[in-house]
Design a protein around this ligand. Sequence first.
Ligand SMILES: NC(=O)c1ccc[n+]([C@@H]2O[C@H](COP(=O)([O-])OP(=O)(O)OC[C@H]3O[C@@H](n4cnc5c(N)ncnc54)[C@H](O)[C@@H]3O)[C@@H](O)[C@H]2O)c1
Length: 330
Amino acid sequence: MRRIPFIQVGVGNRGLDILDMLLAQHAQRFEPVGFVDVVPQFLDGLHARPALQAIPTFATLDRALAKVPQAQAVFVVTPARFHAPLIEEAIEGGKHVWVEKPLCYDYAEAVALADLARKHKRVVVVGNQYQFFPLERTLQRLIRSGDYGRPFHVSYIHHRHRPAMRAFTGEYPALWEQGVHSLDSILALLDTPALASVYALGLKPHHSAYRSDTITNVLTQFADGTQAHLLVTFDSHRTDWLIRVECTHAALALEPQHGTSVQVIAGGDVVEEIGADEEADPALADPLAAFHTEITTGHTTPTSIDLNLRTIQWIDAAVRSLRSGMVVRL
Ligand SMILES: NC(=O)c1ccc[n+]([C@@H]2O[C@H](COP(=O)([O-])OP(=O)(O)OC[C@H]3O[C@@H](n4cnc5c(N)ncnc54)[C@H](O)[C@@H]3O)[C@@H](O)[C@H]2O)c1
């Protein structure tokens, strides 16, 4: 397997999780050649590891691009408000880019980034990992098989117990931090249909420490007539998570937090339980493997920037609906 030399920007917090995955299960795919962070202690922490001592560190991406020209890829794991300028800089420097979710906070900006990637023939893959989970993969396969009829409604309920704001200080945390995964998963289940209309309703409970809504409902009609309901919360008392797809012959239901199978429900009963597919494709095991696959094969992978644009367009529409109180038509 070809090892791709990379620079990682943002190596603290989530950045450290990503780096650990790159150095462990993805060591055959990627090789670090430079690290960038604005906080020197995070970079010092890496140099305390014997295996990383010789790898140069930088305060800015432009210094890293100049000093380690052998890098072919840049991993961006900074807060999302810095994603767009860093992606732009990396693409213009001739690098492929893997970026944590969300791609950015603005749909027009996302479209401009996709155009730039196309112009420079660079790969950009976004780190929405939920749609890669084996049970979600199984659910996608079951829907695509057509064995249960045509899907006509998806409900995706994700209650999260996450009372602290952590690094997020912007508006609509539940939507941008968690909903971004759920909407991405719904699109993967339905094969990325075009959006027709979106209505969103939000609430900030009195006890919430956040600055804006932490409970968000998003009601959506797609161009093909299918509908979806997302409920995502950050101020719940327990984390619970349910995905249910109503098809013409059966409903398919999944509780990723607790369950180990997809339930097939028909005539009021559970008639079948289907476990995760055993032969998941290692080339598409997660967004990191997918990034390598897309660079080396040229094939579009599930969270490629062009597909991920629909996720950002959906959140953008939901935010416009939350602000205006109106249905947004696309
Ligand atoms: N996929 C997931 O499950 C998941 C989970 C958590 C966070 N995230 C995403 O990961 C990203 C980072 O989140 P976080 O909570 O680790 O953020 P954070 O604020 O902790 O920052 C991450 C790192 O980036 C560094 N950094 C900040 N600004 C920088 C800049 N301009 N240039 C270089 N380095 C910079 C910080 O010093 C830190 O080391 C976000 O996009 C977030 O949405 C994804």
